[in-house]
Ligand binder design. Structure first.
Ligand code: PFF
Length: 447
């Protein structure tokens, strides 16, 4: 099956669009806030550049050499152990699980664009009340906006790599960068900015424990879109001549830069108006809208722009979560793109509805299992368990299974011998143990 190819810039924007998402603007600031700021940020940065960057090159390489969907690429590169390694290709299905709750959150964001336009809550209490109401009783509203997120994502994927995904990223990514850039410049003029800098970069090591480490590594994978075949699937459509190291570095750099900038913007606004940074998932939906209200008409403008940029970031990631499954159905079972997208889209749409119902008063009991409800279980299992597992499989595959000469040949124009030596060493000896430690820690958290 002939796959359409991205242009070089198109690929960078699409992969950066995948990486830069709700993870950067919604999740990163609140988990940094919950885990004490600076120390967490440092662990996260070490993980992103130490582990994430190497795994990104490896994941790209699998798609680039395989040139087919994730399952097919693993099969193709391990002809001796086809049936075992094709199982690793099923990491592509983690994406669709993430998309179930991801789409619900994009729905909340759509709703908040309209809230920002119509009337912002005038206090944190009011904001908390309306957010809780939305989650606990706003079934119709949530389903409406989740449907909108589902339709937008699925339609873009139906349009395909070139006229859907690439085109969307050409428009949304530069717009997103401009909006955040503008807001960042504004934030630097406020007094809260220095407090935000201090909070994000002044480490308090007492806040670091094993759970923080697991969260940091899980988030590093989540934010870089690693370990679930999004990057792999996009890379199957890479132009032939490309430097994978440079491309990965640009993507990791953009992703990290945007997370830090988003964090600084948010914390500046919060500190400026005396709010707490450790509000959890409600940070951008509770504290922030109340702060925007206090800013007057400037705040309304900032709120609308902020939620639009969040929606853009979310949508460009959502399409990359859907594409691996769609590509698999097309390559393996010869589905048309339309029917593959509708089938995969329909799946995440329905489970997404269950996930949102799990937060509501009416159905939460039914949809809570042990310590978490369905929504939180999907988030936890995908981000903290399956992503590190996907990363582990990728690093073992490229580090130990695919012959070294083949790996070297695939990266011929991407790194020199010394660079290759360092990268290969990291991939073989540092990444797997680090990920195994994280996963063992996870067991501790479980029991
Ligand atoms: N990287 C995206 C974010 O930070 O929001 C989420 C994501 C997209 C995760 C694609 C994984 C993925 F394959």
């Amino acid at each position: 099956m002939k796959i359409a190819r991205f242009s070089r810039l198109g690929f960078i924007l699409a992969a950066a669009g995948s990486a830069v998402g709700l993870g950067n603007i919604w999740k990163f600031p609140y988990i940094a806030g919950e885990n004490g700021g600076g120390a967490f940020v440092i662990v996260y940065l070490i993980t992103v550049f130490g582990i994430g960057f190497s795994v990104m090159i490896a994941e790209m390489l699998i798609g680039y050499m395989g040139r087919i969907d994730s399952v097919g690429s693993f099969e193709k590169l391990a002809p001796q152990n086809k049936s075992t390694w094709k199982l690793a290709g099923f990491i592509g299905f983690t994406g669709i699980m993430i998309l179930t709750f991801y789409s619900v959150v994009i729905g909340w964001i759509f709703h908040y664009i309209s809230v920002a336009l119509v009337s912002l809550p005038s206090s944190v209490e009011e904001a908390e009340y309306s957010f809780t109401q939305l989650l606990q009783t706003g079934i119709g509203t949530q389903i409406f906006y989740h449907t909108l997120a589902f339709l937008t994502t699925t339609i873009i994927v139906i349009k395909g790599i070139k006229s859907g995904i690439e085109k969307m990223n050409y428009i949304l990514m530069p717009t997103l960068i401009m909006i955040l850039g503008g807001m960042f410049i504004y934030a630097t003029t406020l007094d809260g900015f220095s407090q935000a800098l201090d909070f994000m970069f002044n480490p308090d090591w007492s806040k670091i424990n094993s759970e923080t480490l697991v969260t940091a590594v899980g988030h590093a994978f989540f934010t870089l879109s690693l370990g679930m075949a999004s990057i792999l699937t996009y890379s199957a459509s890479l132009p032939k001549k490309i430097n994978l190291t440079r491309t990965s570095l640009i993507i990791v750099g953009l992703d990290t830069g945007i997370a830090i900038i988003a964090g600084l913007i948010l914390f500046t606004f919060l500190f400026q108006y005396g709010e707490e940074p450790s509000k959890g998932p409600g940070l951008v939906f509770i504290s922030l809208p109340a702060v925007f209200y206090e800013m007057g008409s400037m705040g309304t403008l900032l709120a609308v722009l902020f939620f639009i940029s969040l929606a853009f970031a979310g949508l460009t990631s959502a399409v990359s979560l859907l594409e691996p499954m769609v590509q698999y159905l097309i390559d393996r079972y010869k589905y048309t793109r339309l029917s593959a997208s509708l089938l995969a889209g329909g799946f995440f749409y329905i489970i997404g509805i269950l996930a949102l119902l799990a937060n509501t008063k009416e159905y939460s009991e039914l949809l809570t299992f042990g310590s978490r409800n369905l929504f939180d279980w999907i988030d936890f299992i995908t981000a903290s368990v399956l992503l590190p597992l996907g990363g582990l499989l990728i690093s073992i595959f490229i580090g130990y299974v695919v012959p070294k000469e083949q790996v070297r040949a695939g990266l011929k124009s991407s790194m020199n011998d010394i660079g290759f030596g360092v990268w290969y060493f990291v991939l073989r000896y540092l990444v797997p143990p680090a990920l195994i430690v994280v996963m063992l820690n996870l067991l501790n958290i479980f029991v």
